[in-house]
Design a protein around this ligand. Structure first.
Ligand code: 4AD
Ligand code: MG
Length: 473
C-alpha cells in the first residue's frame, strides 16, 4: 500500500510496511515520511526507548526507510492516522551534513541546480503529479471526442514554422565534413542523404493524417534553438497539436477553448490536494507584497477560466485598443504600438488579457507578414486566418490557424517565404489531391502546466529543462 491509499482508507489496526523518504524527524519521535504518492506525509511515531540510538541517528532528512508497524488514530492535529512504528529498516542513508535538501525553504533557482533531487520536494512532487494528470486528461479529451493520436517524426527535413531556429541532426564529423566541388558541406553524404533537423512542430505531418483520418492530434517533444532566456521559453518543450478536416477558424477556436476548459476542470476535480498545496505556496510567496502586486489566488484564477467564455477579438480591433491604451499613450510599453502590422509583444498580450478584458482572449486574423506561410489568406489579401489564445500571467498559450488549402496560393506563399520547394513537395501535393478546409492549433504543454500550477517559470514544470547554455542532468 502507498501513503495515498493509507490516508484515503485509514485502515486502523492494520499492520503495514511503508517505504519512503524522510521529510523531517523531530523530537526523536515523529517521522514525516513521503513516498511520492501524495503531497501529504505519513506521520510515523517512534518509541525511541525501544530503538537503538545508532539507528535513530540515521533517520535524517532524505534518508530512505522501510517502516513496519500498525495504523492508529492520530492523537495529534493535522492528520487522521499515525503509523505506530515497530521496526525500522534504513534502506539508504542521507548524510545530514551533505544532503542539500534540508527542511527549510529553498529557492527555485537553487533547486534547478539540483534538478536530480528536486523531485523529492513537496513543490515538485505536486507539480509533476499535476503534469501527469494534465497529460492524461489531454489524451482522454481527444480520445473521448473521436480523435486519433499520430506519432509525427522527431527528425525532419522541413522547417514547419519557417523561422529557421532548428537544431541540426547529423553524423558528419564537424572537424572534417565532406565538401562539394564548390567547397560547401556535402549533406548528400550525411546519414539521411540530406539536411535534417529536430522538429519544431508536428503540424505539417499532422495535416497529412487529418486529410485521411479526419480528426487527429500529436503530443510530442519539439525543439527550438531560439536564444530566448525568458520564463516562458524552452529549447525542448512538449506540444499538443490537434488538426481537424472541415474545421474553419471559428470551429478551431471552439475546440481549443473546450479542450482547455476540460483539462483544467479535470485537474480541479482530480488534483485537489496538490492544487491546495500550490495555492498556499503562492500565497506564502506573495505575503510581503502589496495587494495590487499579488497574483489572483490560484483556484480563483483556474475557476475563472473554466467559467468564463473566452473573448474573440480581431488583431485589427486589438491594435485599436492598444493604440488608445494608457500605457501606450504614456509610452509605458517598451514597444509602443503606432501602426497596424506591428507584432504584438508579451506586454501587449498581457495588457489585453489582464487589464482590458480581464479574461482569456482569442486574437485572430493577424497580418500575413508576421505569421507562418501555411495560414489561409483572407480575401483582404493582407490578413491570415490565424488565432492565438492569450492567458492571464502567461500570454500566448495556444497558436493555431485555418490552413491554406488552395494549391496556387500555398505554392506562391512557399516561394514568397523563400522556402525550398524540394523540402515541401509532399505537403503541397495534398492540396492537389482532395484538398479541403482544415484547421488546427498548438498548445504549449509547459505553458499550460505553468498556468495551472502557478509556477512562474516553465523551467520548473518540465523534469529536465533545456535552455541556452543549460543541458545538465
Ligand atoms: O505558436 P507556435 O509556434 O505554433 C506552432 O508551432 C504551430 N505549428 C501549431 C499548430 O498550429 N499546430 O507554438 C505553439 C505553442 C505556443 O502558443 C506556445 O504555447 C508553445 O507552443 N511554445 C513554446 N513553449 C515553450 N517554449 C518555447 N520555446 C515555445 N515556443 C512555442
Ligand atoms: Mg505562436
Amino acid at each position: 500500500m502507498d501513503i495515498k491509499a493509507l490516508i484515503d482508507r485509514e485502515p486502523i489496526g492494520e499492520k503495514v510496511t511503508i517505504k519512503g523518504w524522510v521529510r523531517t524527524f523531530r523530537s526523536n519521535r515523529f517521522i514525516a515520511l513521503n513516498d511520492g504518492s501524495t503531497v501529504k506525509n505519513l506521520q510515523a511515531v517512534v518509541d525511541f526507548e525501544q530503538q537503538p540510538e545508532d539507528l535513530l541517528r540515521r533517520i535524517t532528512t532524505g534518508a530512505c526507510l522501510a517502516l513496519t508497524g500498525t495504523i492508529a488514530e492520530s492523537q495529534g492535529r493535522g492528520q487522521n492516522i499515525d503509523l505506530m512504528v515497530e521496526q525500522i529498516e534504513v534502506l539508504g542513508d542521507a548524510s545530514a551534513e551533505a544532503y542539500p535538501l534540508q527542511p527549510k525553504k529553498h529557492s527555485l533557482e537553487f533547486l534547478r541546480e539540483i534538478a536530480h533531487l528536486r523531485p523529492r520536494t513537496q513543490t515538485f512532487g505536486a507539480v509533476f503529479r499535476i503534469r501527469h494528470a494534465l497529460q492524461f486528461a489531454i489524451h482522454k479529451y481527444f480520445n473521448d471526442n473521436g480523435f486519433f493520436m499520430v506519432h509525427t517524426p522527431i527528425i525532419t527535413g522541413s522547417d514547419a514554422e519557417g523561422a529557421g531556429e532548428m537544431f541540426r541532426v547529423t553524423t558528419l564529423d564537424p572537424k572534417q565534413p565532406p565538401k562539394t566541388e564548390e567547397g560547401e558541406v556535402n549533406w548528400k553524404e550525411d546519414f539521411f542523404g540530406k539536411e535534417t533537423n529536430l522538429t519544431v512542430s508536428g503540424q505539417l505531418e499532422g495535416e497529412l493524417f487529418a486529410l485521411g483520418l479526419g480528426k487527429i492530434y500529436t503530443f510530442g517533444p519539439t525543439f527550438r534553438a531560439e536564444n530566448s532566456n525568458t520564463t516562458r521559453h524552452l529549447a525542448e518543450f512538449w506540444m499538443i497539436e490537434p488538426e481537424v478536416a472541415f474545421n474553419d477558424l471559428f470551429d478551431n477556436m471552439e475546440l481549443a477553448e473546450d479542450c482547455l476548459k476540460y483539462v483544467i476542470r479535470y485537474v480541479l476535480e482530480h488534483c485537489e490536494d496538490d492544487l491546495n498545496f500550490l495555492a498556499e505556496r503562492q500565497q506564502n510567496e506573495e505575503k510581503g507584497l502589496a495587494q495590487d502586486k499579488r497574483s489572483i489566488p490560484l483556484m480563483d484564477k483556474l475557476r475563472s477560466v473554466v467559467d468564463n467564455e473566452f473573448v474573440r477579438c480581431s488583431y485589427t480591433e486589438a491594435i485599436e485598443i492598444l493604440r488608445n491604451s494608457k500605457p501606450n499613450k504614456k509610452k509605458k510599453f517598451q514597444y509602443v504600438i503606432d501602426e497596424w502590422g506591428a507584432d504584438l509583444q508579451s506586454e501587449h498580450e498581457r495588457y489585453l488579457v489582464e487589464k482590458h478584458f480581464g479574461k482569456p482572449v482569442i486574437l485572430y486574423d493577424y497580418p500575413a507578414k508576421i505569421k507562418a506561410f501555411y495560414m489561409r489568406l483572407n480575401d483582404d489579401g493582407k490578413t491570415v486566418r490565424a488565432m492565438d489564445i492569450l492567458f492571464p500571467g502567461i500570454g500566448e498559450i495556444v497558436g493555431g490557424s485555418q490552413r491554406e488549402e488552395r494549391y496556387d496560393v500555398l505554392k506562391q506563399k512557399v516561394e514568397e517565404f523563400g522556402i525550398e520547394e524540394e523540402s515541401m513537395w509532399w505537403y503541397l501535393e495534398t492540396r492537389k489531391f482532395g484538398t479541403c478546409v482544415h484547421s488546427g492549433f498548438g498548445l504549449g504543454f509547459e505553458r499550460l502546466i505553468s498556468f495551472v500550477t502557478g509556477m512562474g517559470n516553465v523551467r520548473d514544470v518540465i523534469p529536465f529543462p533545456r535552455t541556452p547554455k543549460n543541458a545538465e542532468f
